[in-house]
Design a protein around this ligand. Structure first.
Ligand code: HEM
Length: 409
C-alpha cells in the first residue's frame, strides 16, 4: 500500500485487484474526511446501513453544495431528467412503484421466476458455444453476453442493437467512477452518451406506445395505475437506468463468482454436486466480492453527526459497501469466503429505499450461471491470478477472466 491519502487510494487502480487491505485501514477512521471539499467516507457496516436508511441523506444531486460536483443525470445537463436512483421521495417512490408494477409483486409476482427456463436456455447456448475450445474468456464469452441478452429481452430492446448502444453504455459507466467525474471532459461525454441512449430508446418507446408487446418498455409507456402515467422523459430515464444496471453489475457478480470458486475449488466441487448451493454461494459472493463497491452519490440535507463527527449540510458522502461487508464487528472472520455462514445480510444490493430493484433477477441469473459453469466445465483452471481488472472503482470486476478446461460435460 502506498502513503497517498486514503481517499485517493480508493480510486487508485493499483488497489483494484485487492482493495480489502485498504478497507481495513479505512475502517480505523470510520468517518474519514481528508480534503476540505472532499467527501466524508464511511466504511463500517452499521454506519453505512444506518445512513442508507436515514431520510436526512439524499440521493438527489441537486442538494449538493460542495464545489466541483456535477449532476451526471441532471435535466439541464443531458436533456433527460434524473432516473429514480438519483431522486428522493416522493418522486423516487412514485417512479419506482410504477416501474415495479411491471417487474415484481404484487402486480407481476411471477415475472422474474417465469424467466427461469429462458435464462437456463441462454446459459446452455453460451456454454455450448465454447465448442471445442479449451481456453475461454469468461467475461467476453459468457458473463457479459448473458445479462445483456436478459435485460434486452426484459425491456424489449433488440439484442442485435447491442454494439450500437454499447458505445453509449461505456462512457456512462465511466462517468459513474468518482475519479473520472473529476474530468469535465469525461463528464460531458457521459452526459452526451446518456442523451444518445435516451434518443435511441425513444424510437422503441414510440413503437410500443402504438403497439404494446409483453415487455417492460411497453408496460412503462402504457402504465396507468394509481400513481398515474410516467411522462415520456420519465420512461426514457427509467429505461436508461434499467439497461445500464442490467448490463454492468451482474457481469461482475458472475465473473467475481467464477474467480472466487476457482480460488476455492472445494466450493466449485460442492456446487457441482449440489446446484442448490448456488443460492448461498451467490449471497456470500455479494458480501465477499460485491460488484458495487462504493455508493458515492449521497448528500446530507442537514448537518448530521456520525460517531461524534459533524458532517455539514450539503456534504458529499461515500458509502464503501465493500468495506462494510468485511467489517469484523458485523461478520465473524470477514475475510474468509464461507457460503455456509448462518447470517449473510450483506450490503451488496444496498439497503433502504434505494436497495437494488433488480436483485431478484440478478440473484437468479448468477445462481443459474455459476451452477451451470460448475456442472459443465471439466477441470477449469485460472489462466492468471489476479486477472486484469476494469478501471472502474464503483462497479468493480475483472475485464477478462481467462480459464482453461479439459472439455465440456
Ligand atoms: C449483481 C447485480 C447487481 C448489483 C450488485 C446491484 C447493486 C445495486 C445497489 C448497491 C444499488 C443501490 C444504489 C444506491 O443506493 O444508490 C442498486 C440499485 C438499483 N439497481 Fe441494482 N444491482 C444489480 C443488478 C441490477 C439489475 C439486473 C437491475 C435491473 C433489472 C438493477 C436495477 C437497479 C435499480 C433500478 C436501482 C435503483 C433503485 C432505487 O433507486 O430505488 N440492478 N443496485
Amino acid at each position: 500500500m502506498t502513503h497517498a491519502p486514503l481517499l485517493r487510494q480508493i480510486t487508485d487502480f493499483a488497489n483494484r485487484a485487492n482493495p480489502y487491505p485498504l478497507y481495513e485501514e479505512l475502517r480505523k477512521t470510520p468517518v474519514l474526511h481528508e480534503e476540505e471539499d472532499g467527501p466524508y467516507v464511511i466504511s463500517s457496516y452499521w454506519d453505512i446501513k444506518n445512513l442508507l436508511h436515514d431520510p436526512r441523506i439524499s440521493s438527489d444531486a441537486a442538494n449538493l453544495t460542495a464545489p466541483g460536483d456535477d449532476e451526471l443525470s441532471g435535466p439541464e445537463a443531458t436533456g433527460l431528467p434524473p432516473s429514480f436512483i438519483r431522486l428522493d421521495p416522493p418522486e423516487h417512490d412514485r417512479l419506482r412503484r410504477i416501474a415495479n408494477s411491471s417487474f415484481g409483486p404484487p402486480h407481476r409476482p411471477t415475472r422474474v421466476d417465469s424467466m427461469r427456463g429462458e435464462l437456463a436456455r441462454i446459459v446452455t447456448g453460451l456454454i455450448d458455444g465454447f465448442g471445442d475450445a479449451r481456453q475461454i474468456d469468461v467475461v467476453d464469452q459468457f458473463a457479459y453476453p448473458f445479462p445483456v441478452t436478459v435485460i434486452c429481452r426484459l425491456l424489449g430492446v433488440p439484442r442485435e442493437d447491442e454494439p450500437r448502444f454499447r458505445s453509449w453504455v461505456d462512457p456512462i459507466v465511466a462517468g459513474l467512477d468518482p475519479d473520472t467525474r473529476t474530468s469535465a471532459e469525461s463528464l460531458k461525454t457521459a452526459q452526451e452518451a446518456r442523451l444518445q441512449l435516451g434518443m435511441y430508446l425513444n424510437g422503441l418507446v414510440e413503437k410500443r406506445a402504438r403497439e404494446p408487446h409483453d415487455d417492460m418498455l411497453s408496460d412503462l409507456v402504457n402504465s396507468r395505475g394509481p400513481d398515474g402515467a410516467m411522462t415520456t422523459m420519465e420512461v426514457l430515464s427509467t429505461a436508461v437506468l434499467l439497461l445500464i444496471a442490467g448490463h454492468e453489475t451482474t457481469v461482475n457478480l458472475i465473473t467475481n463468482g467464477m474467480l472466487t470458486l476457482l480460488r476455492f475449488p472445494q466450493y466449485l466441487q460442492r456446487l457441482r454436486d449440489d446446484p442448490g448451493l448456488s443460492v448461498k454461494i451467490v449471497e456470500e459472493l455479494l458480501r465477499y466480492e460485491p460488484p458495487v463497491q462504493l455508493v458515492p452519490q449521497r448528500t446530507c440535507i442537514t448537518d448530521i453527526e456520525v460517531r461524534g463527527v459533524t458532517i455539514p449540510k450539503g456534504s458529499r458522502i461515500w458509502l464503501v459497501l465493500g468495506a462494510g461487508n468485511r467489517d469484523p464487528e458485523r461478520f465473524p472472520d470477514p475475510d474468509r469466503f464461507d457460503p455456509d455462514r448462518e447470517d449473510i445480510q450483506h450490503l451488496g444490493f444496498g439497503s433502504g429505499i434505494h436497495s437494488c430493484f433488480g436483485a431478484p433477477l440478478a440473484r437468479l441469473e448468477a445462481q443459474i450461471a455459476l451452477a451451470e459453469l460448475a456442472r459443465r466445465l471439466d477441470n477449469p483452471q485460472l489462466v492468471e491470478d489476479p486477472p486484469p481488472y476494469r478501471p472502474n472503482a464503483v462497479l468493480r470486476g475483472p475485464r477478462h477472466l481467462g480459464i482453461t478446461f479439459d472439455g465440456l460435460r
